[in-house]
Design a protein around this ligand. Structure first.
Ligand code: BES
Ligand code: ZN
Length: 475
């Protein structure tokens, strides 16, 4: 392996000289309303893909293409494979964003980015356009100052992450050989409480279902029929109430069968994290935190499975009163899952239980709305250690290894379909309002992300890929 030729200016000089242009470009990316869940925004998702492909090309990345998956939105691929003998790194992020409602709670329009001190405010600023943009800017800085990357890189930027990664596994399977890499780096997580640099070592999975309860063909007068018929809204409430006990345990039979318990060591290392529970509680304006008996807040939010109603609707919602028995009632219910729970198996158990407890006099159906598998990453891989060194060098603090309660289904797919170890190297602040109104990214984290990414690639260049024990979860 030869060392890349370094041009006169250093990466830091380049980054300092291009800061304004970079923020301009970041804002441009944020202006595209690429909401993957809403079909009306399909063309915007494509516009964001095209924008990103152009940005990668402008940075000097090769073979850039917008490629179709088996789902509605494309992936953006690009690579640079000029570091013979060095490891190959697959870099992942997503360019789609969450819907913006409730719109009236935003202090400025979600797709008109505003810079306020160290914050940039817009939908996607943190999750995940800011992190995707940092990768593109890192590529640009490297290729502006050297003749090639220190490692081989492949970029895979997804457009469906926020709506369940539909069709992505098909694309990964189809292009498996072409996507070969020694490690996958996913930048879609964040720092620990207090903005402490972190590498995430586990993610939860997800099972998402809808429960529909249907009674008569139309609403009925509650005077003429109340007492003589089943009320779908009451029936739904009965079902939901039966799903969880007062101890926070989920009552679906078999729900916990595959859950791998944390070891005492794992519990001890979580307990050792500098977590300020009162600050966490106050940051969301709650008087109390609640959860499954026998577990700490950190364990509950990242290492234990959950069952939550995400949406609930039925009957009269207007002002004043209306005396009816609603014709139907609905709930969106999802479960965050942990290793080794399988979303399809959990769905079947939920469906069987709901059908069993369904009160008479109404039709109850349970539909599978998708999900993703949980994943575990190793902390002892040389790639995770390389990323940790880069974080420490950039942010001046030793990163912690954390577990996250959110889901990134592709992490499990990289492990199982591509056989790649995954490093979750993310840069957002803990309370940056992801998925909520007024999402923001800390520009110091964004700028640090670019430097950390460059440094991580340099650190990985020192690793002999043939000497690394191959994937697998755990650690
Ligand atoms: N960036 C998040 C994942 C995440 C959330 C990581 C919290 C760490 C902490 C990602 O964009 C996301 O929101 N994923 C969805 C996936 C779902 C639609 C399958 C999620 O977790 O709800
Ligand atoms: Zn998200």
């Amino acid at each position: 392996m030869t060392t890349p030729t370094v041009r006169a200016s250093s990466i830091e000089e380049h980054l300092e000289a291009t800061r304004e242009a970079r923020l301009q470009s970041y804002r441009e990316f944020l202006r595209i309303p690429s909401i993957s869940a809403l079909p009306a925004h399909g063309p915007d998702v494509r516009r964001a893909a095209a924008w990103l492909a152009d940005a990668l090309r402008a940075a000097g990345v090769e073979h850039v293409a917008v490629e179709e998956t088996a789902g509605p939105h494309p992936v953006v691929y690009g690579d640079s494979l000029r570091a013979a003998g060095a490891p190959t790194v697959l870099i992942y992020g997503h360019y789609d964003v969450q819907p913006v409602d409730p719109l009236d709670l935003w202090t400025s329009p979600p797709f008109e980015p505003v810079i306020d001190g160290d914050r940039i405010l817009a939908r996607g600023a943190a999750d995940d356009k800011g992190q995707v943009h940092a990768h593109v800017m890192a590529a640009q800085a490297i290729l502006a100052t050297r003749d090639r990357f220190p490692v081989n890189v492949r970029y895979v930027f997804e457009g469906s992450e926020e709506s369940g990664s539909e069709g992505l596994d098909w694309w990964l399977t189809e292009h498996r050989d072409r996507l070969a890499a020694d490690v996958a780096i996913i930048s879609d997580t964040g720092f620990f409480e207090g903005n402490l640099p972190a590498i995430t070592v586990s993610l939860r999975g997800l099972m998402y279902a809808q429960i529909d309860v249907v009674g008569s063909t139309s609403d009925l007068h509650s005077g003429g029929y109340g007492g003589a018929v089943q009320n779908p809204a009451n029936a739904l409430a009965t079902i939901i109430a039966a799903l969880k006990g007062p101890d926070g345990r989920i009552r679906v039979p078999g729900f916990y069968d595959e859950v791998v318990a944390l070891t005492e060591d794992e519990r001890a290392s979580l307990a050792a994290l500098p977590f300020d529970e009162v600050a966490y509680r106050d940051s969301i304006n709650l008087a109390a935190l609640v959860g499954e008996a026998g577990y700490s807040t950190l364990e509950r939010r990242a290492t234990r499975p959950t069952l939550d109603v995400n949406g609930l609707w039925s009957g009269f919602q207007g002002e004043g009163t209306k005396t009816i028995i609603p014709a139907h009632a609905h709930a969106k219910v999802s479960c965050r899952l942990v290793a080794d729970q399988d979303p399809r198996v959990i769905f079947e158990r939920l469906r069987a239980f709901v059908e069993e407890i369904a009160p008479p006099g109404a039709t109850v159906t349970v539909r599978d709305l998708g999900g993703g598998r949980p994943s575990l990453m190793r902390t002892d891989s040389p790639y995770a250690r390389a990323a940790a060194r880069a974080l420490e060098a950039t942010f001046g603090r030793v990163p912690v290894f954390t577990r996250e309660g959110g889901s990134i289904p592709v992490a499990a797919s990289f492990q199982s379909i591509l056989g790649q170890p995954v490093v979750l190297l993310g840069f957002t602040q803990p309370h940056e309002n992801a998925h909520a109104p007024n999402e923001w990214m800390d520009l110091r984290n964004y700028e640090g992300a670019i430097r950390t990414i460059v440094r991580t690639l340099e650190e990985i260049a020192q690793i002999d890929p043939d000497g690394v024990e191959q994937p697998g979860a755990g650690g």
